[in-house]
Ligand binder design. Sequence first.
Ligand code: SAM
Length: 282
Amino acid sequence: MHTDAILKEFTRQSAAFNVAPVMRSAETLQTIVDSMPAASASETWLEVACGPGLISRALAPRVRRIIGIDLTQAMLDLGRREAARAAIANAGFIRGDALQLPFADGALDGAVTRFSLHHIPVPGRCVAEMARVVRPGGLVLVADHVATADGPAAAWHQEIERLRDPSHWACLTPEALRATGERAGLALVSESQIPFGMDYEEWLTRGTGGPQMRALIDRLLAERPAGVESFRIRRAEGEPATLHLRFWLSVWQRGAGGHSSDRPGASGYTVPDEDEGGPRGK
Ligand SMILES: C[S@@+](CC[C@H](N)C(=O)[O-])C[C@H]1O[C@@H](n2cnc3c(N)ncnc32)[C@H](O)[C@@H]1O
């Protein structure tokens, strides 16, 4: 089952993910925090599939409260520890599923997710859930790696990603990512594609499949099909190999008319005040 793959992968990855330079870089972290124009000191935001809460911790000074939700307990434990270490008092971390957010309709001011949709078999459902729990007028931010539209090029990319991390499901094209927000009834405020690079060795060895699949991944990367726009390796003499990708960053607004999720809102559950206030079991 895919949830088992997620738990296995991200329990193992948690510590390395938390310190991965690519996850903390200005391109991938600060760009997202800076694209939250409406976030204010009085707002409560949700970070969906928060991992160790890098976005939550970066956003915390700008909002009244930020709640991170994730399936992987090791990630949540790390997020709590790191928030405590940084004396961040307004960040909470709860265990839960991005496809069934434990919040009432419109309970939150905003929601953000980064680099999660490519792990989720039904990414549109995640975006619809984010749209559901945000109040009318509230913002939804979605950021994820992009795939190239060309079929064989996209397949080549996914194969490499899955060899290195078996919990990878599929990167979408910008058009397919945009369609998830449109289907959720959200209005697009802005979108952009942001190039970023990551240390190939760090990326490869962080994934559970990477060390074992290194030779095959190296060979596949060298056989890059024509037309690949994102996901290119550069090896310069005397420098660490770098993998270059692009991610799509979008800002959406929930209109007064609401959303198109077919899931009834989670009843009787609004916003927890304490770290321990959320649902635990799964
Ligand atoms: C690549 S990490 C990204 C972490 C964080 N969003 C960031 O960018 O720093 C993907 C995270 O998604 C979580 N995840 C995957 N599927 C999920 C789901 N259905 N519900 C909640 N979390 C999920 C994993 O546990 C993992 O922590």
